[in-house]
Design a protein around this ligand. Structure first.
Ligand SMILES: [Zn+2]
Length: 404
């Protein structure tokens, strides 16, 4: 199957930058050519053309930190284990309709979900969305700290088990990418402040962390951690963690250390830890220092209230449909600082694709990559935040969402 699609502008997020009045030739789900409409029209005179010349075409979005298949189904729907994945698929459809065609999912272990990584993989196998899984352990800040792992599934583990080398190795072996593989600071998860008084508490010693990082590195894997607060972030940096998720409350000095160590950041400006989330100014600093930063929703999540840059009025759970909305403040700030729209959009496309280790497949619009793209009324996040303004979503060359 071969066709051409034409757009008012194509924001490629590649070396090509933005192409005014551009077009893409798609063949067997991949990008075969991308150039100006004038040139491609001449080069491929007989091809069927989808005319989207009043819309912007961009790479589809990548949300590299989510909890859509494990935590979300039971939070949102009155499901049982028999209907759990039916809810999961509904949630993934919602993500797809929000312009997201690739996800980085966390499997942490959960009392209501006695599922293995294989079960989660099976549930998404034939869906038109790309899902990478990070297997993890998790520490929740209840009065009595609660710990779970992807391996032990619905069964609680002890604090001691978290650093058990055999268990850590089993978790590490199954992990597809550096998600929040361990929780250095206890998480509030989806709970309210009263329910999780110990959120933020540091779970590991430096020595334990170093041993855990070594296990990942020996297996040839990079490791990510859920972390917030100066003390926890320092531990993560000192132990050689590769990716910091959230990193709320990072100091300037710690940013410098991150640059030196080549650490990547997954910013979650909606919340997700016991501290105020990443502000637009903070994320701007990462970009200025050339720290590879991705923006992720960590959804479903009750948004942190009391920031000046987010519009949420209450703590009702928010999903992947707010990715553009929570990214807009920093995207507009970057624009004000004269960053190019391709660089700005890379925070929602190429950078998270790199984090997932899949930037050789998607995240940009260039020859040879998968034809995963959006047809929208403006640049996602920068110019539009409502999902209805995404008119079409294409996954591997096939239209999977249509609002026209
Ligand atoms: Zn998370």
């Amino acid at each position: 199957m071969r066709y051409m699609i034409r757009g008012k502008k194509i924001v490629t997020v590649s070396q090509l930058g933005s192409l005014e009045n551009g077009a893409i030739v798609i063949e067997n789900g991949k990008i075969a050519a991308i150039d100006s409409w004038e040139r491609l029209k001449e080069g491929y005179p007989d091809l069927d053309v989808i005319d989207c010349s009043s819309y912007v075409i961009t790479p589809s979005l990548v949300d590299c930190h989510t909890h859509l298949l494990e935590f979300a189904p039971t939070s949102l729907y009155p499901v049982t284990p028999e209907t759990h994945f039916l809810a999961g698929k509904t949630i993934l459809l919602h993500a797809l309709s929000s312009g997201i065609t690739a996800l980085g999912e966390q499997i942490c272990g959960h009392p209501l979900c006695d599922f293995s990584k294989e079960d989660y993989q099976k549930a998404v196998r034939d869906l038109p969305i790309d899902v990478s899984f990070a297997t993890t352990s998790i520490s929740i800040g209840f009065e009595n700290l609660a710990h779970f792992t992807s391996i032990t599934q619905s069964r609680r583990v002890t604090h001691y088990d978290l650093a058990d080398p055999v268990l850590v190795q089993m978790i590490a072996l199954e992990s597809d990418y550096p998600g929040e593989n361990i929780f250095i600071s206890a998480t509030p998860a989806n709970f309210t402040d009263k329910e999780v008084p110990r959120a933020g508490e540091i779970i590991y010693t430096l020595e334990e962390l170093q041993k855990i990082v070594t296990i990942y590195h020996r297996l040839g894997k990079r490791m990510g951690a859920h972390v917030a607060g100066e003390e926890g972030i320092q531990l993560a940096l000192d132990a050689g963690v590769d990716v910091l998720h959230h990193a709320h409350g990072m100091t300037d000095k710690q940013m410098e250390k991150s640059v030196k160590q080549g650490v990547k950041i997954v910013a979650t400006p909606m919340g997700g830890t016991h501290l105020a989330p990443n502000s637009p100014e903070e994320i701007l600093k990462y970009v200025e220092k050339d720290i590879p930063v991705s923006i992720a929703t960590d959804s479903y999540l009750p948004p942190y209230l009391g920031t000046s840059w987010l519009p949420f009025q209450d703590q009702s759970l928010q999903g992947p449909d707010v990715l553009m909305l929570i990214a807009q403040p920093v995207m507009q700030l970057l624009k004000k600082q004269n960053y190019d729209e391709n660089k700005i959009l890379s925070l929602l496309t190429d950078n998270p694709a790199k984090l997932l280790g899949k930037d050789d497949r998607f995240g940009r619009l260039e020859v040879g990559l998968e034809a995963n793209f959006l047809v929208a009324e403006g640049v996602p996040g920068l110019e539009i935040t409502e999902i209805d303004k995404i008119k079409q979503v294409f996954y591997r060359g096939i239209k999977v969402i249509n609002r026209d």
